[in-house]
Design a protein around this ligand. Sequence first.
Ligand code: ZN
Length: 676
Amino acid sequence: MAILRISVVALAVACFLTLAQAQQPSAEKYTPALDVTAMDRTIDPCVDFFAYSCGGWIRNNPIPPDQSSWDTYSKMQDENLGRLRGILEAASVPDPKRTAVDQKIGDYYASCTDEKTVDAKGAEPFQASLQRIAKISSKVQLADVAATMIGDNVLFRFDSIQDYRDANQVIANTDQGGLGLPDRDYYTKDDAKSVELRKSYLAHVQKMFELLGDKPETATAEAQTVMRIETSLANGSMTRVERRDPKALDHKMTSAELAKLSPAFPWDVYFAKVGVSSLPSLNVSVPAFIKTLNETIEKESLADWKTYLRWHLVHANAAHLSSTFLNENFAFYGKTLQGQEELKPRWKRCTEYVDDYLGEALGQAYVQKYFSPGAKQEALKIVKEIQAEMEQDINGLPWMSAATKQQALAKLHGMANKIGYPDKWRDYSKLEIVRGDELGNVERARKFEFDRQLAKIGKPVDHGEWGMTPPTVNAYYDPQMNDINFPAGVLQPPAFDPKSDAAPNYGDTGGTVGHELTHGFDDEGRQFDAQGNLRDWWTDEDGKEFVKRASCISDQYSTYTIVDDIKINGKLTLGEDVADLGGLLLAYLAWKNDTKGQTLEPIEGLTPEQRFFVGYGQSWCGQSRDETKRLRATIDPHSPEKYRTNGVVSNMPQFQEAFHCKAGSPMVNQNRCRVW
Ligand SMILES: [Zn+2]
């Protein structure tokens, strides 16, 4: 799934304000699609367009203490939390007339925000899980217990995916996993910062064991054990760049073949326990990882595996336990890893959990209140215009043969547009939410989602399903579904502003639409056909031409510095960078077409063309803490905001013309890149 922006929220936990202490969100403040006070007009747009568009924004928007980064989208997301909070507080009043949906989201929220009860329970809610681990008496039983630790990320991942070769079918899938740090690179890199971070991680793991009641000297040894096992699993894991090639993840095999790869792990026991006893075949994303897992199971003692499981149990649930666990978890994952100064207020975290676990229940009330049918129609209009531009663009491409063009057009025409929210809401009736049982609710919600994923195995794909919840301020393209998805949360001001002139809306939301559309044709997306099958529909010659053009972009971005001496990994960000450039170009052409024959006047001292580009630039206003920059350099396939702006406009002659930039200006790329 290629998304518009990163979400690292899963890494972060937050704070301990009680409901009474927390302030209600203030009356909503309107921010227009183009905000001239966010600009810095003392900067020459031809020298640094990001600073020109966003200098004022950055001065006026210091990163709040409870955030690791702060930008246009995270600000929208934060404001959205205030709206969702209103919905949740109303739903949490135990009124017998509540709808079933309100009961679930309201009771979940009430349990989560009830800090007193959560604190009073301490580590008691997961004693049963700890005992299950303690009772393991053979390595075979690792499979039994792993099958109960849903959402705890132990050993490997197991879920369902669309079959790479038959996109209409869902099959089971195993993948690498089982790490406590955000990426395998954290275990393998030898630079000073990585070494230092591993030391902090060890200290954190040790503290968590101490919180479970272990003696410091025991806990020190246990942390070493965790590090050793995770390092072994990391060594068998693929890098993020390697994982960008879908062919490298396509390994369909029988259960017997999987068992041969890792005889030390009784897969049949695991499958039976999770309820998928007859699996004729499945995908094994990373066979080398499964082999490494097998070796690690054999090599490490049973006692050490139990230590590993205990760590992951406490780690995965710390955010839902008492404040001692919560604060220690934040100290490492929030502060050390991301530079976040404070935990988020409890109501924000709880609102995010409701969105995570019951997103389409919460989303129903959200879209009713905050997403009008008019906004949906307007967004659909822009999508259709941009698709029409893509069609023209493909037809006119000088480097692509007629045969490949025909396939590309079939893919474009086969793309589904999903706007706002799903046509059919997810049914949560089987998920039991118990008021006052925070950790139990989380466990049941994770199990509900796990079972929902596994229930799809062997069945045809449901094309109506969404991978993001309606309040999400983000968007994505799914190459196997061949659909573009714009949740209601991203179709709000300032990104999408019905009160604004068209230019900045096309620069911002139009750019986003074009971005998602282009993902169907980036280095990853182009490998899938109109039906979502992993199938090469390119002639050799055209494939080479594409790679040549894409390399221009990865070479360009690889010269940009993120933080310290860390440069963008242009191979990791290639798909997003291609989508940014193609997307803005398509949005520009669509806007020109939409306003053809109209006389557009300058507004606030900016020509319509300038307003288009500033609208785009302001969609990326933002800043991050240095720790977060380092984290993103490793895990984020998106370039930093500054380069998502400057890297794109410097490739566009339309930008040079709009701002009368001289050849040789920093914002005029001498060797202009263009794919689409
Ligand atoms: Zn994207």
